[in-house]
Ligand binder design. Structure first.
Ligand SMILES: [Zn+2]
Ligand SMILES: [Zn+2]
Length: 279
């Protein structure tokens, strides 16, 4: 009998380290009943993962995790049971990607205005074919003696709130939920503590407003949740009629303390959600 699931995992298609197929194989080795791959803002790993799952007993759920606009902490929405080929979803993800490509040049421009002699070509050369990000800019700043460490470069120039910082383009929660629904999926609020919501009454207000925008479920189980939080979220989900979800937020070797299948998410707790997905 397989009694546990993991509905929140990442592969190398976003910021995890394992290829999508290996995430599925690992879930099979752990004898999970179901596993969802929910990479950040991309559906690129889903076809490979689905192929890998076909001959196995573990049920595969194609998913995604979208970072939405929110003042305060981080608002992440997990979409479960999406059709990766859906045109509407692909268009939305394509727009996000295009906006992100604009982010690096805009940050370089800000650095130059701050008097730093740095070019996009330099940063690209240092990245050596990897997706260019702030880490590479920080390394160039260190080489130029503008900072002693990567950490200092983030603090002085590149970090959130620093003078050369440009935020990532984000969808509104409503747009994200609409995209997930258009692709046939269910929208789940991931790891509520990352909202930095203050007290439980404030969390409830945030969740209720998301429900008005179409939220379907709440991630009750997550390695960052204390036992108290798990209980509160379960209670909140019941009171607001939300589906219960949960997973490990597995990222592979990048976050070695997070293990696939932990915390244990009982199949019984997510049965309603799986039923809605036709599983
Ligand atoms: Zn997240
Ligand atoms: Zn995640």
């Amino acid at each position: 009998m397989r009694n546990f699931v993991d509905l929140h995992t990442h592969s190398a298609a976003s910021d995890g380290t394992l290829p999508p197929a290996e995430v599925v194989w690992l879930a099979e080795r752990k004898r999970l009943a179901a596993v969802a791959l929910t990479d950040h803002d991309t559906a690129d790993g889903l076809a490979e993962a689905a192929r890998a799952a076909r001959p196995l007993a573990v049920r595969f759920i194609p998913g995604i995790e979208i970072s939405a606009q929110f003042t305060g902490g981080a608002l992440h929405l997990v979409g479960l049971g999406i059709d990766p080929a859906d045109r509407g979803l692909r268009a939305v993800l394509g727009q996000l990607m295009a906006a992100r490509r604009q982010r690096n040049p805009r940050m370089i421009e800000k650095l130059r205005r701050l008097g730093v002699d740095i070019t996009m070509a330099e940063v690209r050369a240092l990245a050596g074919g990897a997706v260019v990000g702030r880490l590479h800019m920080a390394q160039v700043l260190c080489r130029k003696g503008r900072a002693r460490t990567v950490q200092e470069a983030f603090g002085r120039y590149l970090g959130c709130g620093a003078p050369a910082f440009v935020d990532k383009e984000r969808l509104t929660p409503r747009q994200a939920l609409e995209g997930i629904h258009a692709a046939g999926g269910l929208g789940v609020l991931a790891h509520p503590p990352q909202l930095n919501y203050g007290n439980l009454a404030q969390l409830e207000r945030i969740v209720r407003s998301l429900v008005r925008h179409g939220l379907d479920g709440l991630e009750v189980y997550h390695p960052d949740h204390t036992p108290d939080q798990t209980r509160w979220y379960l209670d909140l989900a019941r009171r607001l009629g939300l589906l219960v979800a949960g997973g490990s937020d597995f990222h592979g070797a990048g976050k070695p303390e997070v293990r696939l299948g932990r915390p244990k998410v009982p199949l019984a707790a997510v049965e309603q959600l799986l039923a809605k997905l036709g599983l």
